[in-house]
Design a protein around this ligand. Structure first.
Ligand SMILES: [Zn+2]
Length: 317
């Protein structure tokens, strides 16, 4: 389970390939964390305070992210940005909201058993003086390892003992269904077993909601399916301001914005994922709503700008 690559990859993803991709990738592959901002980023939505904390970063082979794209097309898009084409190293940004006496976390991070470059959320919370026992609510965007597995520590004990765990009903039903494991490709069965173990362990803390509901006052559940069957983004609205916690509906600051229609292997339903991404980007650009992107460059707070036929991420923090 430890260090499991996120997916099958057609092109071999070897240490040699990573070395070819650049020293940064090779260093991260060896398990040495890259330099990261150590201070937490904060912003406000009305009178509510939002802090973005790092859980570290993942390493994903490009053959998983864009399995059907010719290498030349990938290079034409990424090379001008100075980005490698063999792998991506997305940050993992956890959003913490203080509102009306509650301490709300959006997703729980990877925990100690996924990749060795993630699992830093407890240290990030400690750095801002937040005890995990103070977290009153966790709103899950979906049940992938880097969002869910951090609910348990390496003794399988809940990390956030007093938190109610909010999850979209469709997402819960999908991962909990008896047939899901058999229907899942071999390379992703770890995701299912890992989700089922953790959801069973925290079942008494789970509260289900449907898309369009407000699981908590001032937090609207926005359907953004495709990445997973019940994937949900959360619109924090307060005092006439809004901030959308997008989860994995928009993941890469270049690929998702400049080529939103490209199918990605990280989406369980790539066609639906692309439709959702385009619809979200359209809306965000028109409404100029700020977002927090779980996998955008830390802290992942910014706006969406329309540029010709595509989009651009404009960081604001
Ligand atoms: Zn995901």
């Amino acid at each position: 389970m430890v260090d499991q690559p996120l997916a099958p990859h057609r092109r071999p993803w070897t240490r040699r390939a990573l070395l070819a991709a650049g020293a940064g990738a090779a260093t991260a592959f060896a398990g040495v964390p890259r330099a990261r901002a150590s201070t937490a980023a904060t912003t406000r939505v009305g009178d509510a305070e939002v802090t973005v904390l790092t859980d570290g970063h993942l390493i994903q082979p490009m053959a998983f992210i864009l399995p059907d794209r010719p290498e030349a097309e990938i290079a034409a898009l990424l090379t001008p940005h100075g980005l490698p084409i063999d792998a991506v190293q997305p940050d993992c940004n956890l959003t913490l909201l203080r509102i009306d006496g509650r301490v709300v976390l959006f997703d729980a991070g990877s925990g100690p058993l996924f990749q060795n470059t993630v699992g830093k959320l407890p240290a990030s919370l400690a750095a801002i003086g937040v005890d995990p026992a103070e977290v009153t609510d966790i709103c899950f965007t979906h049940a992938h390892p880097d969002h869910l597995w951090g609910v348990l520590d390496d003794f399988d004990e809940p990390v956030f003992p007093h938190a109610r765990c909010w999850m979209n009903r469709t997402e819960w039903d999908f991962w909990r269904a008896p047939g899901t494991l058999d229907a899942t490709p071999e390379a992703r069965k770890t995701f299912v077993v890992g989700a089922q173990n953790r959801l069973e362990r925290i079942e008494d803390k789970i509260a289900l909601f449907d898309a369009g509901n407000e699981p908590l006052p001032g937090i609207e559940a926005v359907a953004s399916t495709g990445h997973t069957p019940g994937h949900t983004s959360f619109l924090i609205h307060r005092g006439g301001e809004g901030l959308l916690v997008v989860g994995d509906a928009i993941t890469n600051a270049v690929i998702s914005f400049e080529r939103p229609d490209w199918h990605t292997g990280s989406d369980q339903d790539p066609s639906k994922g692309a439709d959702t991404r385009r619809r979200l980007l359209d809306r965000l650009a028109a409404e100029r709503t700020r977002i927090v992107g779980f996998h955008l460059p830390y802290p992942g707070i910014g706006t969406v700008e329309r540029v010709g036929g595509h989009y651009r991420f404009a960081p604001t923090v």
